[in-house]
Design a protein around this ligand. Structure first.
Ligand code: ADP
Ligand code: MG
Length: 263
């Protein structure tokens, strides 16, 4: 077997069943940061499609994307699109994805659909990130079945840790039933506000509870991050020296170091 054929990228699901915690923002900006060093694929599994939009993909150029991967028989390669970032491809989310969970209910191998679709693409990439929707339904399950690890954005807000234990239990359940390799990659503190004591308290709580699993890099609340998204660009491209850009670059470096350690 050739070396390319046996190559497996790191596949990381970015998940938290809470909405608005920074999953999509982290997915697209971390993907862009990683693409400086590696070949990266971002899989947009959120029916809102904000990760696709944030990387410059207009609705009419997305094709069938992840809906096609889950429910149609098109060759996976045809579902890929280049993003505004070199070395970063996207499997976008199209409008039909909103109905996918219901349509998949009576499908064969419904938990393995994404895994089956990504399989032929894996030797093209070093890292695959999957932006999950804000629920623990069948779409997220498909992500957890193909992923090796889960990165959890945690918003530095009231009740941040609530729901994390449920997420951790879900990861455990998927590990036992479908995917023995699955583990927690780490927790990323997002929207950290230095002027707000609560942010510091949430960070302290999270580190007390999860220790080293919390990334050292903290993502600050930074207006450039949301502005960049509305311009269809990652923040390091839109405002290169903003605190948001520097933080996502540091997160990319920290993640690569961790992955290298794991081998
Ligand atoms: P999720 O995908 O978990 O629902 P998003 O990534 O879409 O969350 O973030 C929710 C909103 O917060 C978006 O409007 C996004 O632009 C904004 N946002 C996310 N992270 C930051 C940040 N660090 N600073 C400022 N705004 C942010
Ligand atoms: Mg999202």
């Amino acid at each position: 077997m050739s070396k390319a054929a046996s190559h497996t990228p790191h596949i990381i699901a970015i998940a938290n069943q809470k909405g608005g915690v920074g999953k999509t923002t982290t997915s697209l900006n971390l993907a862009a940061a990683l693409a400086r060093h590696k070949r990266v694929l971002l899989v947009d599994l959120d029916p809102q499609g904000n990760a696709s939009t944030g990387l410059g993909l207009e609705y009419d150029e997305r094709g069938r994307g992840t809906y096609g991967a889950l429910l149609e028989d098109a060759p996976s390669e045809a579902l890929l699109r280049p993003s505004v970032v070199p070395k970063l491809d996207v499997m976008p989310a199209c409008g039909d994805l909103a109905g996918a969970e219901l349509e998949m209910i009576d499908q064969d191998r419904r938990e393995y659909r994404l895994r089956d679709a990504l399989q032929p693409l894996l030797n093209r990439y070093d890292i695959v990130l999957i932006d999950c929707p804000p629920s623990l339904g069948l779409l997220t399950l498909n992500a957890l079945v193909v992923a090796q690890s889960v990165l959890v954005p945690l918003q530095c807000e009231f009740f941040a840790l609530e729901g994390i234990s449920q997420l951790v239990r879900s990861i455990e359940r998927v590990r036992l039933a479908f995917n023995a390799d699955l583990h927690l990659e780490g927790i990323v503190l997002t929207m950290f506000d230095t002027r707000n004591n609560l942010s510091a308290l949430v960070a302290e709580d999270a580190r007390g509870f999860f220790g080293e699993q919390v990334f050292k890099t903290v993502i600050p609340r930074n207006i450039r991050i949301s502005e960049a998204q509305s311009h269809g660009r990652p923040v390091m491209d839109y405002a290169r020296s903003s605190t948001g850009a520097l933080a996502y670059e540091a997160l990319g470096t920290e993640l690569l170091k961790r992955l290298k350690k794991k081998g």
